[in-house]
Design a protein around this ligand. Sequence first.
Ligand SMILES: [Zn+2]
Length: 68
Amino acid sequence: MRPPPPEWLIQHGLSRMNVDAVHTEECWTAAASGRCRPATRQQAIEALRRQVPACVHCRPDTALGILD
Ligand SMILES: [Zn+2]
């Protein structure tokens, strides 16, 4: 059994300590950044709760159902 592909991506900044944005897996800006790591749904939600910006192109906050 192969693991399912990640549904979420977390984009890191130039420093690994920085987190720049949360994306859904099909976001082209995430692919273009080259700095994204796969994340679980839980990790994506947690990042957004920690004020990590949701990408304005793929709207992971909407996909996760946690719009304010
Ligand atoms: Zn995105």
